[in-house]
Design a protein around this ligand. Structure first.
Ligand SMILES: Cc1ncc(C[n+]2csc(CCOP(=O)(O)OP(=O)(O)O)c2C)c(N)n1
Ligand SMILES: [Mg+2]
Length: 577
Protein backbone atom coordinates (compact mmCIF):
# COMPACT_ATOMS: atom_id res chain seq x y z
CA UNK A 1 0.00 0.00 0.00
CA UNK A 2 1.39 3.40 -0.86
CA UNK A 3 2.27 5.67 2.01
CA UNK A 4 3.06 9.37 2.01
CA UNK A 5 4.96 11.63 4.42
CA UNK A 6 1.75 12.63 6.26
CA UNK A 7 1.05 8.93 6.92
CA UNK A 8 4.54 8.51 8.39
CA UNK A 9 4.03 11.61 10.54
CA UNK A 10 0.77 10.47 12.15
CA UNK A 11 1.88 6.89 12.52
CA UNK A 12 5.01 7.97 14.40
CA UNK A 13 3.06 10.41 16.58
CA UNK A 14 0.52 7.71 17.41
CA UNK A 15 3.34 5.27 18.22
CA UNK A 16 4.80 7.90 20.57
CA UNK A 17 1.53 8.08 22.54
CA UNK A 18 -0.09 11.17 20.98
CA UNK A 19 -3.85 10.84 21.42
CA UNK A 20 -5.07 14.21 20.20
CA UNK A 21 -4.22 17.00 17.77
CA UNK A 22 -5.85 20.39 18.45
CA UNK A 23 -6.06 22.95 15.66
CA UNK A 24 -7.65 24.42 12.58
CA UNK A 25 -7.22 23.08 9.03
CA UNK A 26 -6.38 25.09 5.92
CA UNK A 27 -4.63 25.01 2.53
CA UNK A 28 -1.08 23.92 3.38
CA UNK A 29 -2.35 21.56 6.06
CA UNK A 30 -4.95 19.79 3.91
CA UNK A 31 -2.71 16.85 2.85
CA UNK A 32 -1.46 16.60 6.46
CA UNK A 33 -4.97 16.42 7.87
CA UNK A 34 -5.96 13.95 5.20
CA UNK A 35 -3.25 11.69 6.63
CA UNK A 36 -4.65 12.12 10.15
CA UNK A 37 -8.09 11.10 8.91
CA UNK A 38 -6.70 8.00 7.18
CA UNK A 39 -4.64 7.07 10.24
CA UNK A 40 -7.68 7.09 12.55
CA UNK A 41 -5.73 6.65 15.81
CA UNK A 42 -5.37 10.32 16.74
CA UNK A 43 -8.44 12.42 17.49
CA UNK A 44 -8.62 15.76 15.70
CA UNK A 45 -9.98 18.42 18.04
CA UNK A 46 -11.37 21.14 15.83
CA UNK A 47 -11.18 24.39 17.80
CA UNK A 48 -12.24 27.92 16.81
CA UNK A 49 -8.90 29.54 17.61
CA UNK A 50 -5.50 27.87 17.33
CA UNK A 51 -4.26 29.50 20.55
CA UNK A 52 -7.14 27.91 22.47
CA UNK A 53 -6.05 24.56 21.04
CA UNK A 54 -2.49 25.00 22.25
CA UNK A 55 -3.51 25.98 25.79
CA UNK A 56 -5.70 22.86 25.85
CA UNK A 57 -2.76 20.78 24.63
CA UNK A 58 -0.45 22.30 27.25
CA UNK A 59 -2.75 21.19 30.08
CA UNK A 60 -3.21 17.72 28.60
CA UNK A 61 0.53 17.28 28.05
CA UNK A 62 1.50 18.66 31.47
CA UNK A 63 -1.03 16.55 33.38
CA UNK A 64 -0.58 13.26 31.51
CA UNK A 65 3.12 13.58 30.65
CA UNK A 66 2.28 12.34 27.15
CA UNK A 67 3.10 14.32 24.02
CA UNK A 68 0.16 16.16 22.44
CA UNK A 69 -0.03 17.58 18.91
CA UNK A 70 -1.36 20.91 17.71
CA UNK A 71 -1.63 22.26 14.18
CA UNK A 72 -2.06 25.52 12.31
CA UNK A 73 -1.89 26.31 8.66
CA UNK A 74 0.86 28.32 6.95
CA UNK A 75 1.35 31.90 8.09
CA UNK A 76 -1.55 33.26 10.17
CA UNK A 77 -2.60 29.84 11.51
CA UNK A 78 0.94 29.18 12.64
CA UNK A 79 1.20 32.64 14.23
CA UNK A 80 -1.88 31.88 16.35
CA UNK A 81 -0.04 28.92 17.87
CA UNK A 82 2.79 31.01 19.20
CA UNK A 83 1.57 32.27 22.58
CA UNK A 84 0.50 28.79 23.59
CA UNK A 85 3.85 27.35 22.53
CA UNK A 86 5.62 29.90 24.72
CA UNK A 87 3.39 28.71 27.53
CA UNK A 88 4.35 25.08 26.78
CA UNK A 89 8.00 26.09 26.91
CA UNK A 90 7.67 27.84 30.26
CA UNK A 91 5.34 25.32 31.90
CA UNK A 92 7.35 22.34 30.66
CA UNK A 93 4.71 20.65 28.49
CA UNK A 94 5.60 18.26 25.60
CA UNK A 95 3.59 19.81 22.75
CA UNK A 96 4.44 19.08 19.12
CA UNK A 97 3.30 21.70 16.64
CA UNK A 98 2.60 20.65 13.07
CA UNK A 99 3.05 23.93 11.24
CA UNK A 100 1.73 24.19 7.69
CA UNK A 101 4.29 25.65 5.31
CA UNK A 102 4.08 27.03 1.75
CA UNK A 103 4.85 24.66 -1.13
CA UNK A 104 8.57 24.01 -1.57
CA UNK A 105 8.61 25.78 -4.94
CA UNK A 106 7.52 28.98 -3.15
CA UNK A 107 9.95 28.94 -0.23
CA UNK A 108 11.88 32.22 0.10
CA UNK A 109 9.78 33.99 -2.54
CA UNK A 110 7.67 36.08 -0.19
CA UNK A 111 4.65 34.02 -1.20
CA UNK A 112 1.17 34.42 0.28
CA UNK A 113 1.19 33.19 3.94
CA UNK A 114 4.89 32.44 3.81
CA UNK A 115 6.71 32.57 7.13
CA UNK A 116 10.23 31.50 7.96
CA UNK A 117 9.66 28.84 10.64
CA UNK A 118 13.22 28.94 11.96
CA UNK A 119 13.07 32.66 12.67
CA UNK A 120 9.50 32.68 13.84
CA UNK A 121 9.62 29.79 16.30
CA UNK A 122 13.13 30.41 17.58
CA UNK A 123 12.09 31.81 20.96
CA UNK A 124 9.45 29.20 21.75
CA UNK A 125 10.59 25.95 20.23
CA UNK A 126 13.20 23.55 21.58
CA UNK A 127 13.62 22.09 18.08
CA UNK A 128 12.29 23.21 14.70
CA UNK A 129 12.57 20.89 11.70
CA UNK A 130 11.57 21.99 8.20
CA UNK A 131 10.55 18.93 6.23
CA UNK A 132 11.38 19.83 2.61
CA UNK A 133 12.38 16.36 1.41
CA UNK A 134 10.57 13.07 2.17
CA UNK A 135 13.91 11.47 3.02
CA UNK A 136 14.16 13.72 6.10
CA UNK A 137 10.84 12.54 7.53
CA UNK A 138 11.97 9.91 9.98
CA UNK A 139 14.90 11.90 11.38
CA UNK A 140 12.91 15.12 11.81
CA UNK A 141 9.79 13.53 13.30
CA UNK A 142 11.86 11.35 15.64
CA UNK A 143 13.86 14.36 16.86
CA UNK A 144 10.76 16.52 17.35
CA UNK A 145 9.05 13.85 19.42
CA UNK A 146 12.06 12.84 21.51
CA UNK A 147 13.03 16.44 22.21
CA UNK A 148 9.49 17.36 23.33
CA UNK A 149 9.20 14.35 25.62
CA UNK A 150 12.66 14.22 27.16
CA UNK A 151 13.23 17.98 27.45
CA UNK A 152 9.58 18.66 28.31
CA UNK A 153 8.72 21.50 25.99
CA UNK A 154 7.40 22.43 22.54
CA UNK A 155 8.89 21.40 19.22
CA UNK A 156 7.84 22.24 15.68
CA UNK A 157 7.61 20.24 12.47
CA UNK A 158 7.16 22.66 9.60
CA UNK A 159 5.75 20.83 6.60
CA UNK A 160 4.87 22.11 3.11
CA UNK A 161 1.74 20.53 1.64
CA UNK A 162 3.58 19.07 -1.37
CA UNK A 163 6.04 17.24 0.91
CA UNK A 164 3.22 15.94 3.13
CA UNK A 165 1.64 14.41 0.01
CA UNK A 166 4.94 13.00 -1.33
CA UNK A 167 5.62 9.29 -1.43
CA UNK A 168 7.32 7.81 1.65
CA UNK A 169 7.01 4.11 0.89
CA UNK A 170 9.37 1.94 2.88
CA UNK A 171 10.04 4.45 5.70
CA UNK A 172 9.96 2.94 9.17
CA UNK A 173 7.55 4.45 11.71
CA UNK A 174 8.99 2.75 14.79
CA UNK A 175 9.80 5.07 17.68
CA UNK A 176 11.12 4.26 21.16
CA UNK A 177 10.69 6.72 24.02
CA UNK A 178 13.29 5.97 26.71
CA UNK A 179 12.26 5.96 30.37
CA UNK A 180 13.70 8.80 32.45
CA UNK A 181 17.04 7.77 33.99
CA UNK A 182 17.82 7.94 37.71
CA UNK A 183 19.50 11.31 37.77
CA UNK A 184 21.28 12.60 40.85
CA UNK A 185 24.52 14.30 41.97
CA UNK A 186 27.64 12.27 42.79
CA UNK A 187 28.14 10.73 46.25
CA UNK A 188 30.90 13.28 46.94
CA UNK A 189 28.50 16.18 46.25
CA UNK A 190 25.77 14.60 48.37
CA UNK A 191 28.26 14.25 51.23
CA UNK A 192 29.13 17.95 50.93
CA UNK A 193 25.45 18.78 51.07
CA UNK A 194 24.87 16.51 54.07
CA UNK A 195 27.73 18.23 55.91
CA UNK A 196 26.31 21.71 55.15
CA UNK A 197 22.95 20.58 56.50
CA UNK A 198 24.49 19.01 59.61
CA UNK A 199 26.51 22.18 60.27
CA UNK A 200 23.49 24.50 59.92
CA UNK A 201 21.60 25.58 63.04
CA UNK A 202 18.32 25.69 61.14
CA UNK A 203 17.17 24.72 57.66
CA UNK A 204 14.22 25.91 55.55
CA UNK A 205 12.97 24.34 52.33
CA UNK A 206 11.54 26.17 49.34
CA UNK A 207 10.12 23.89 46.64
CA UNK A 208 8.77 24.22 43.13
CA UNK A 209 7.32 22.08 40.40
CA UNK A 210 10.44 19.90 40.45
CA UNK A 211 8.99 18.36 43.64
CA UNK A 212 6.13 16.91 41.55
CA UNK A 213 7.18 13.28 42.04
CA UNK A 214 9.09 13.87 45.25
CA UNK A 215 6.47 14.91 47.79
CA UNK A 216 7.06 11.99 50.15
CA UNK A 217 10.85 12.40 50.10
CA UNK A 218 10.74 16.18 50.64
CA UNK A 219 8.27 15.86 53.52
CA UNK A 220 10.45 13.18 55.11
CA UNK A 221 13.49 15.46 54.82
CA UNK A 222 11.56 18.39 56.29
CA UNK A 223 10.38 16.28 59.19
CA UNK A 224 13.90 15.08 59.89
CA UNK A 225 15.39 18.59 59.74
CA UNK A 226 12.47 20.33 61.49
CA UNK A 227 12.43 22.53 58.42
CA UNK A 228 9.53 24.81 57.48
CA UNK A 229 8.46 24.18 53.87
CA UNK A 230 7.52 27.12 51.66
CA UNK A 231 6.70 26.85 47.96
CA UNK A 232 6.12 28.64 44.71
CA UNK A 233 2.67 28.55 43.10
CA UNK A 234 3.87 25.60 41.01
CA UNK A 235 5.12 23.79 44.10
CA UNK A 236 2.01 24.39 46.23
CA UNK A 237 0.00 21.44 44.95
CA UNK A 238 2.79 18.99 45.70
CA UNK A 239 3.95 20.30 49.07
CA UNK A 240 1.13 22.03 50.94
CA UNK A 241 -1.62 19.56 51.71
CA UNK A 242 -1.36 17.35 54.79
CA UNK A 243 2.04 18.78 55.60
CA UNK A 244 2.53 19.96 59.20
CA UNK A 245 5.66 21.89 58.12
CA UNK A 246 3.88 23.86 55.37
CA UNK A 247 4.29 27.64 55.70
CA UNK A 248 2.64 28.95 52.52
CA UNK A 249 3.90 30.84 49.51
CA UNK A 250 6.19 33.79 49.11
CA UNK A 251 6.13 36.29 46.25
CA UNK A 252 3.41 38.70 45.17
CA UNK A 253 0.74 36.09 45.83
CA UNK A 254 2.40 35.23 49.12
CA UNK A 255 0.66 34.18 52.31
CA UNK A 256 1.68 32.58 55.57
CA UNK A 257 5.14 32.38 57.07
CA UNK A 258 7.12 31.39 53.96
CA UNK A 259 8.81 34.73 53.45
CA UNK A 260 9.96 34.93 57.06
CA UNK A 261 10.99 31.28 57.24
CA UNK A 262 13.36 31.42 54.31
CA UNK A 263 14.85 34.72 55.50
CA UNK A 264 15.37 33.53 59.08
CA UNK A 265 16.92 30.14 58.31
CA UNK A 266 20.61 29.46 58.57
CA UNK A 267 20.47 27.35 55.41
CA UNK A 268 17.89 27.39 52.61
CA UNK A 269 17.35 24.37 50.36
CA UNK A 270 15.80 25.40 47.04
CA UNK A 271 14.36 22.26 45.48
CA UNK A 272 13.23 22.11 41.87
CA UNK A 273 12.31 25.75 41.65
CA UNK A 274 13.13 28.53 39.22
CA UNK A 275 11.06 31.04 41.24
CA UNK A 276 11.62 34.28 39.34
CA UNK A 277 11.08 36.95 42.02
CA UNK A 278 14.61 37.38 43.35
CA UNK A 279 13.57 40.18 45.71
CA UNK A 280 11.60 37.68 47.76
CA UNK A 281 14.61 35.36 48.16
CA UNK A 282 17.10 35.92 50.98
CA UNK A 283 20.44 37.71 50.54
CA UNK A 284 23.94 36.74 51.68
CA UNK A 285 23.12 36.18 55.33
CA UNK A 286 21.36 32.91 54.50
CA UNK A 287 23.41 30.06 52.98
CA UNK A 288 21.69 28.66 49.92
CA UNK A 289 21.75 25.30 48.17
CA UNK A 290 19.87 24.83 44.92
CA UNK A 291 19.04 21.46 43.38
CA UNK A 292 17.45 21.25 39.96
CA UNK A 293 17.23 18.89 37.01
CA UNK A 294 18.04 21.77 34.71
CA UNK A 295 21.61 23.05 35.28
CA UNK A 296 20.67 26.41 33.74
CA UNK A 297 18.40 27.15 36.69
CA UNK A 298 21.19 26.98 39.25
CA UNK A 299 22.07 30.36 40.72
CA UNK A 300 20.22 32.49 38.20
CA UNK A 301 17.67 33.97 40.60
CA UNK A 302 19.99 34.35 43.57
CA UNK A 303 23.64 33.51 44.23
CA UNK A 304 23.99 30.06 45.79
CA UNK A 305 26.65 28.47 47.99
CA UNK A 306 26.16 25.05 46.44
CA UNK A 307 24.39 24.06 43.21
CA UNK A 308 23.60 20.44 42.43
CA UNK A 309 22.08 18.96 39.32
CA UNK A 310 19.62 16.13 39.69
CA UNK A 311 16.08 14.95 39.92
CA UNK A 312 14.58 15.96 43.30
CA UNK A 313 13.18 12.52 44.08
CA UNK A 314 16.42 10.66 43.35
CA UNK A 315 18.58 13.31 45.03
CA UNK A 316 16.56 13.67 48.23
CA UNK A 317 16.15 9.87 48.56
CA UNK A 318 19.93 9.50 48.41
CA UNK A 319 20.45 12.43 50.79
CA UNK A 320 18.08 10.95 53.36
CA UNK A 321 20.52 8.06 53.82
CA UNK A 322 23.18 10.23 55.42
CA UNK A 323 21.67 13.38 56.86
CA UNK A 324 21.29 13.61 60.66
CA UNK A 325 18.04 14.53 62.40
CA UNK A 326 17.71 17.96 64.05
CA UNK A 327 15.90 18.61 67.31
CA UNK A 328 15.59 22.40 67.46
CA UNK A 329 12.04 23.27 66.37
CA UNK A 330 12.15 27.03 67.00
CA UNK A 331 12.28 28.14 63.35
CA UNK A 332 9.54 25.70 62.43
CA UNK A 333 7.28 26.62 65.35
CA UNK A 334 7.64 30.35 64.76
CA UNK A 335 6.70 30.23 61.10
CA UNK A 336 3.99 27.62 61.40
CA UNK A 337 2.41 29.93 64.01
CA UNK A 338 2.81 32.87 61.65
CA UNK A 339 1.13 30.85 58.90
CA UNK A 340 -1.75 30.05 61.20
CA UNK A 341 -2.35 33.66 62.17
CA UNK A 342 -2.14 34.83 58.54
CA UNK A 343 -4.68 32.16 57.70
CA UNK A 344 -7.01 33.53 60.37
CA UNK A 345 -6.64 37.00 58.86
CA UNK A 346 -7.47 35.60 55.44
CA UNK A 347 -10.62 34.04 56.82
CA UNK A 348 -12.02 37.51 57.49
CA UNK A 349 -13.74 37.85 54.12
CA UNK A 350 -14.59 34.17 53.97
CA UNK A 351 -16.47 34.31 57.26
CA UNK A 352 -18.04 37.70 56.57
CA UNK A 353 -18.60 36.79 52.90
CA UNK A 354 -22.27 35.76 53.13
CA UNK A 355 -23.14 39.29 54.25
CA UNK A 356 -21.03 41.34 51.83
CA UNK A 357 -22.22 42.58 48.44
CA UNK A 358 -20.66 42.74 45.86
CA UNK A 359 -19.47 39.20 46.44
CA UNK A 360 -15.97 38.86 47.88
CA UNK A 361 -13.83 36.62 45.68
CA UNK A 362 -12.23 35.12 48.81
CA UNK A 363 -15.65 33.85 49.88
CA UNK A 364 -16.39 32.53 46.41
CA UNK A 365 -13.05 30.68 46.16
CA UNK A 366 -13.28 29.20 49.66
CA UNK A 367 -16.84 27.99 49.03
CA UNK A 368 -15.75 26.47 45.73
CA UNK A 369 -12.88 24.68 47.45
CA UNK A 370 -15.28 23.26 50.02
CA UNK A 371 -17.77 22.01 47.41
CA UNK A 372 -15.34 20.64 44.80
CA UNK A 373 -14.47 16.94 44.52
CA UNK A 374 -11.39 15.54 46.18
CA UNK A 375 -9.86 14.87 42.75
CA UNK A 376 -11.03 18.09 41.10
CA UNK A 377 -8.74 19.77 38.57
CA UNK A 378 -8.58 23.56 38.97
CA UNK A 379 -7.30 25.93 36.30
CA UNK A 380 -6.76 29.61 36.89
CA UNK A 381 -6.51 32.57 34.57
CA UNK A 382 -3.61 34.93 35.01
CA UNK A 383 -5.09 37.79 37.00
CA UNK A 384 -6.66 38.06 40.42
CA UNK A 385 -7.95 34.47 40.06
CA UNK A 386 -4.40 33.37 40.93
CA UNK A 387 -4.52 35.25 44.24
CA UNK A 388 -7.81 33.73 45.38
CA UNK A 389 -6.82 30.30 44.13
CA UNK A 390 -3.45 30.36 45.87
CA UNK A 391 -4.92 31.52 49.14
CA UNK A 392 -8.34 29.91 49.37
CA UNK A 393 -8.39 26.67 47.40
CA UNK A 394 -7.14 23.74 49.43
CA UNK A 395 -5.10 21.07 47.71
CA UNK A 396 -5.11 17.33 48.25
CA UNK A 397 -3.19 14.33 46.97
CA UNK A 398 -5.52 14.00 44.00
CA UNK A 399 -6.47 17.61 43.29
CA UNK A 400 -4.58 19.42 40.58
CA UNK A 401 -3.95 23.14 40.20
CA UNK A 402 -2.61 24.48 36.94
CA UNK A 403 -2.23 27.78 35.19
CA UNK A 404 0.13 29.89 33.15
CA UNK A 405 2.26 30.26 36.24
CA UNK A 406 5.62 30.78 34.54
CA UNK A 407 4.58 32.41 31.26
CA UNK A 408 1.69 34.36 32.82
CA UNK A 409 -0.50 34.70 29.76
CA UNK A 410 -4.10 35.77 30.18
CA UNK A 411 -6.95 33.50 29.06
CA UNK A 412 -5.37 30.12 29.74
CA UNK A 413 -7.84 28.63 32.21
CA UNK A 414 -10.82 27.69 30.02
CA UNK A 415 -8.74 26.04 27.28
CA UNK A 416 -6.55 24.35 29.92
CA UNK A 417 -9.68 22.91 31.50
CA UNK A 418 -11.03 21.80 28.13
CA UNK A 419 -7.82 19.86 27.36
CA UNK A 420 -7.79 18.34 30.83
CA UNK A 421 -11.40 17.20 30.50
CA UNK A 422 -10.64 15.49 27.19
CA UNK A 423 -7.69 13.72 28.82
CA UNK A 424 -9.64 12.74 31.96
CA UNK A 425 -13.29 12.44 30.88
CA UNK A 426 -15.79 12.80 33.69
CA UNK A 427 -13.32 14.14 36.26
CA UNK A 428 -14.45 17.43 37.77
CA UNK A 429 -12.78 20.24 35.82
CA UNK A 430 -13.04 23.84 36.95
CA UNK A 431 -11.71 26.96 35.23
CA UNK A 432 -11.60 30.17 37.26
CA UNK A 433 -11.57 32.85 34.60
CA UNK A 434 -11.14 36.59 34.57
CA UNK A 435 -13.79 38.50 32.65
CA UNK A 436 -10.92 39.93 30.59
CA UNK A 437 -9.49 36.47 30.02
CA UNK A 438 -12.83 34.87 29.19
CA UNK A 439 -13.71 37.46 26.57
CA UNK A 440 -10.17 37.40 25.16
CA UNK A 441 -10.09 33.73 24.15
CA UNK A 442 -12.64 31.46 25.82
CA UNK A 443 -15.90 32.81 24.43
CA UNK A 444 -15.57 31.58 20.83
CA UNK A 445 -14.49 28.12 21.84
CA UNK A 446 -17.33 27.79 24.33
CA UNK A 447 -19.05 26.65 21.13
CA UNK A 448 -16.50 23.84 20.81
CA UNK A 449 -17.33 22.70 24.33
CA UNK A 450 -21.06 22.94 23.57
CA UNK A 451 -20.68 20.92 20.38
CA UNK A 452 -18.69 18.21 22.16
CA UNK A 453 -20.82 18.41 25.34
CA UNK A 454 -17.61 18.77 27.36
CA UNK A 455 -18.45 19.13 31.07
CA UNK A 456 -16.18 22.03 32.01
CA UNK A 457 -17.23 24.40 34.81
CA UNK A 458 -16.17 27.94 33.94
CA UNK A 459 -16.48 30.49 36.73
CA UNK A 460 -16.06 34.07 35.57
CA UNK A 461 -14.90 36.60 38.14
CA UNK A 462 -17.01 39.39 36.72
CA UNK A 463 -15.30 42.48 38.13
CA UNK A 464 -15.67 44.70 35.06
CA UNK A 465 -11.95 45.31 34.88
CA UNK A 466 -8.45 44.04 34.32
CA UNK A 467 -8.27 44.03 38.07
CA UNK A 468 -4.82 42.57 38.52
CA UNK A 469 -3.37 45.41 36.48
CA UNK A 470 -5.54 47.83 38.41
CA UNK A 471 -3.81 46.59 41.58
CA UNK A 472 -0.39 46.70 39.93
CA UNK A 473 -0.94 50.30 38.89
CA UNK A 474 -1.99 51.27 42.38
CA UNK A 475 0.99 49.49 43.86
CA UNK A 476 3.23 51.43 41.51
CA UNK A 477 1.66 54.63 42.76
CA UNK A 478 -0.12 55.59 39.54
CA UNK A 479 -3.77 56.29 38.86
CA UNK A 480 -5.53 53.23 37.41
CA UNK A 481 -5.95 53.72 33.67
CA UNK A 482 -7.10 51.52 30.78
CA UNK A 483 -8.42 48.83 33.08
CA UNK A 484 -12.22 49.17 33.04
CA UNK A 485 -14.75 47.68 30.64
CA UNK A 486 -18.44 46.83 30.44
CA UNK A 487 -19.68 43.26 30.45
CA UNK A 488 -22.83 41.58 29.21
CA UNK A 489 -24.71 39.09 31.37
CA UNK A 490 -22.41 36.13 30.71
CA UNK A 491 -24.98 33.60 31.87
CA UNK A 492 -27.39 34.79 29.17
CA UNK A 493 -24.61 34.77 26.56
CA UNK A 494 -23.72 31.21 27.57
CA UNK A 495 -27.35 30.08 27.34
CA UNK A 496 -27.64 31.66 23.88
CA UNK A 497 -24.59 29.65 22.84
CA UNK A 498 -26.06 26.39 24.11
CA UNK A 499 -24.21 26.10 27.44
CA UNK A 500 -25.72 26.19 30.89
CA UNK A 501 -25.51 29.69 32.37
CA UNK A 502 -25.75 30.64 36.04
CA UNK A 503 -25.60 34.25 37.21
CA UNK A 504 -24.68 34.93 40.83
CA UNK A 505 -25.10 38.47 42.13
CA UNK A 506 -26.14 37.84 45.74
CA UNK A 507 -23.67 36.47 48.30
CA UNK A 508 -26.48 34.29 49.60
CA UNK A 509 -26.64 32.53 46.21
CA UNK A 510 -22.96 31.63 46.02
CA UNK A 511 -23.19 28.18 47.57
CA UNK A 512 -26.26 26.99 45.65
CA UNK A 513 -25.03 28.50 42.38
CA UNK A 514 -21.66 26.79 42.60
CA UNK A 515 -23.22 23.52 43.71
CA UNK A 516 -25.57 23.58 40.71
CA UNK A 517 -22.65 24.28 38.38
CA UNK A 518 -20.59 21.40 39.79
CA UNK A 519 -23.57 19.07 39.50
CA UNK A 520 -24.03 19.81 35.79
CA UNK A 521 -22.41 16.89 33.97
CA UNK A 522 -23.91 16.95 30.50
CA UNK A 523 -21.98 19.84 28.99
CA UNK A 524 -20.24 23.12 29.72
CA UNK A 525 -21.48 25.55 32.33
CA UNK A 526 -20.65 29.21 32.75
CA UNK A 527 -21.04 30.80 36.16
CA UNK A 528 -21.17 34.58 35.90
CA UNK A 529 -20.14 35.68 39.40
CA UNK A 530 -20.42 39.41 39.93
CA UNK A 531 -17.55 40.04 42.34
CA UNK A 532 -16.09 43.01 44.14
CA UNK A 533 -13.66 44.91 41.91
CA UNK A 534 -12.19 46.63 44.94
CA UNK A 535 -11.03 43.40 46.52
CA UNK A 536 -7.44 44.53 46.73
CA UNK A 537 -4.89 42.11 47.95
CA UNK A 538 -1.47 42.67 49.42
CA UNK A 539 1.16 39.95 49.80
CA UNK A 540 2.00 38.73 53.30
CA UNK A 541 5.29 40.53 53.01
CA UNK A 542 4.74 43.99 51.56
CA UNK A 543 7.94 45.61 50.31
CA UNK A 544 8.28 49.18 51.62
CA UNK A 545 8.09 50.77 48.17
CA UNK A 546 4.80 48.94 47.53
CA UNK A 547 3.20 50.19 50.72
CA UNK A 548 4.37 53.70 49.88
CA UNK A 549 3.12 53.42 46.31
CA UNK A 550 -0.25 52.24 47.49
CA UNK A 551 -0.66 55.24 49.76
CA UNK A 552 0.60 57.54 47.03
CA UNK A 553 -1.95 56.16 44.58
CA UNK A 554 -4.76 56.72 47.03
CA UNK A 555 -3.54 60.25 47.51
CA UNK A 556 -3.39 60.86 43.76
CA UNK A 557 -6.91 59.57 43.38
CA UNK A 558 -8.15 61.97 46.04
CA UNK A 559 -6.59 64.89 44.13
CA UNK A 560 -8.16 63.76 40.88
CA UNK A 561 -11.61 63.61 42.41
CA UNK A 562 -11.90 59.81 42.76
CA UNK A 563 -12.69 60.04 46.45
CA UNK A 564 -15.48 57.47 46.29
CA UNK A 565 -13.08 54.86 44.92
CA UNK A 566 -10.60 55.56 47.68
CA UNK A 567 -13.17 55.25 50.40
CA UNK A 568 -14.46 51.95 49.04
CA UNK A 569 -10.94 50.59 48.70
CA UNK A 570 -9.94 51.47 52.23
CA UNK A 571 -13.25 50.50 53.76
CA UNK A 572 -13.29 47.08 52.14
CA UNK A 573 -9.68 46.22 52.77
CA UNK A 574 -9.07 47.69 56.14
CA UNK A 575 -8.36 44.27 57.63
CA UNK A 576 -5.61 43.45 55.14
CA UNK A 577 -3.99 46.82 54.46
C1 LIG B 1 -2.09 38.05 26.81
C2 LIG B 1 -1.85 38.96 27.97
N1 LIG B 1 -2.16 40.29 27.88
C3 LIG B 1 -1.97 41.12 28.92
C4 LIG B 1 -1.45 40.65 30.10
C5 LIG B 1 -1.24 41.58 31.29
N2 LIG B 1 -2.23 41.22 32.34
C6 LIG B 1 -1.96 40.38 33.35
S1 LIG B 1 -3.27 40.09 34.34
C7 LIG B 1 -4.23 41.14 33.43
C8 LIG B 1 -5.66 41.40 33.84
C9 LIG B 1 -6.53 40.23 33.66
O1 LIG B 1 -7.85 40.66 33.74
P1 LIG B 1 -9.04 39.66 33.97
O2 LIG B 1 -8.88 38.49 33.07
O3 LIG B 1 -10.30 40.40 33.91
O4 LIG B 1 -8.76 39.14 35.45
P2 LIG B 1 -8.85 39.99 36.83
O5 LIG B 1 -7.46 40.35 37.21
O6 LIG B 1 -9.73 41.16 36.59
O7 LIG B 1 -9.45 39.03 37.81
C10 LIG B 1 -3.53 41.69 32.36
C11 LIG B 1 -4.06 42.67 31.39
C12 LIG B 1 -1.09 39.27 30.14
N3 LIG B 1 -0.56 38.72 31.23
N4 LIG B 1 -1.33 38.45 29.09
MG1 LIG C 1 -11.47 41.16 35.46
Amino acid sequence: MSRNVADVLWEMLANAGVKRCYGIVGDALNPVIDGLRRNGKIEFVHVRHEEYGVFAAVAEAYLTGNPVAVCGTAGPGVVHLFNGLMDARKEGAPVIAIAGDVETKLIDTSALEELNPYKFFETASLYTGRLVNPEQARAIINTAILTAVTEKGPTVISIPGDVAAADAAGQSTEIRIPNAPVFRPSDADLNRLAKMIDDARSVAIFGGDGCRDARDEVLQLAERLKAPVGYSFRGKQWLEHDNPNAVGMTGLLGYGGAYGAIQDADLLLMLGTDFPFSEFLPGDKVKKVQIDKNPKHIGRRTAVDLGLVGDIKATVSALLKNVKAKTDTRLLDKHVAETKSFHELLQHYVVKGPGIKPIRPEFLAATLSELAADDAMFFVDTGTACIWMARHVTGSRNRRIFGSFSWASMANAAPNAFGAQLAYPGRQTIAICGDGGFTMLALGDLLTQVERKTPVVQIILNNGSLDFVNIEQQEAGIIPFGVEFKNPNFAKVAEAMGAKGIRIEEPGDVRDGLAAALAHKTGPVVVDAVVDPFALSLPSHVPLHTAKGFTLSLAKQVWSGKMDTVIKTVERNVRLV
